[in-house]
Write a protein that binds this ligand. Structure first.
Ligand code: NAI
Ligand code: A1CAB
Length: 268
């Protein structure tokens, strides 16, 4: 089985590296294509896969084509690919918003998987939701799932609605966590801690809280109650967040990303 990754950016390169190190693919089974000269230069230093700058040299050899360019580059890319793609090739797209139907029409093929990963894939802790057109067989889907799992966990969803929805939760989600971290680091700095000390206090707090949560069946609400003493400091902080409707604002933000994913799918 040969896999071609188109777009060697944050996500494409992450997936290429994870797949190349997995037991599913041998070195020569993984190809990567980019059209940026600087990117191609940096790829030369990586030995795990063959690097290309022309579709005609790699696309016909691929069984699975992984598309990881920005959504606004997709139409131009599809136009170039259309005359070269073969009916049996499977497309896996991780582009936000771009629908299965759009890809089937633009490429003139039927086997399309839409997936939504996230950036922690870079450290093997990603989560990727995915769904497929009915033409992708059960066996092919098992192969696809194995490839997606090389970057962490995957979740098969029943329709594309949930791909757009998971974009608002897990796809964009790491940025929400970083937003929270940044806010806490800024508060620590304001309280007089050095930037190094602020980083230690905040990162260890996130790491420890997630670890605690993962090692139990308790809900976040229960854990909040364990931290908060009656009339104490944590309650003062949680009350301040409640007074400012922070929870509602976070939900709105997740919906803004969800809505934007749907919108991206309608843009030409
Ligand atoms: N960055 C993230 O956290 C996530 C990104 N995504 C999706 O992944 C996709 C890629 O995002 P990033 O990796 O962040 O973008 P990026 O900008 O880092 O990488 C895109 C790469 O595609 C290349 N490219 C553009 N047009 C091309 C073409 N016609 N042929 C070959 N290569 C081409 C660019 O040179 C660049 O190296 C996007 O569609 C995004 O929606 C999905 C989930 C998370
Ligand atoms: O911001 C974006 O559009 C992409 C999709 C999910 C994360 N990054």
């Amino acid at each position: 089985m040969k896999v071609l990754v188109i777009g060697a950016g944050n996500m494409g390169l992450t997936y290429a590296q994870a797949m190349s190190k997995s037991k599913f693919l041998k070195k020569k089974d993984l190809m990567i294509l980019d059209n940026s000269p600087e990117k191609l230069l940096s790829l030369e230093k990586i030995e795990h896969f063959d690097v290309y700058d022309q579709l005609k040299d790699c696309l016909p050899k691929a069984d699975i084509i992984f598309i990881a360019v920005k959504p606004f580059h997709s139409a131009e890319l599809f136009a170039k690919m259309k005359s070269m793609v073969l009916p049996d090739q499977i497309i896996i797209s991780i582009m936000a918003g771009v629908t299965i139907e759009t890809m089937q029409t633009a490429l003139g093929i039927t086997k399309v998987v839409r997936a939504m990963p996230n950036l922690p894939a870079q450290v093997g802790k990603g989560v990727t939701s995915f769904t497929a057109s009915k033409e992708v067989s059960r066996l092919e889907l098992i192969t696809v799932e194995s490839l997606l799992n090389t970057t962490g966990k995957s979740l098969k969803v029943s329709s594309e609605k949930y791909i757009d929805a998971s974009t608002g939760i897990s796809g964009s989600g790491p940025a929400y966590v970083f937003y929270f971290m940044q806010s806490m680091m800024e508060a620590a700095l304001k309280m007089g801690f050095s930037s190094g000390d602020s980083k230690v206090l905040v990162t260890q707090t996130f790491d420890g809280a997630v670890e605690l949560f993962n090692q139990s069946d308790l809900s976040p609400n229960t854990w909040m109650d364990r931290v908060a003493s009656k009339g104490g400091t944590t309650r003062a902080a949680l009350d301040s967040m409640e007074d400012n409707n922070v929870k509602e604002r976070i939900k709105e933000a997740a919906y803004a990303a969800f809505d934007r994913a749907v919108e991206l799918g309608k843009e030409k």
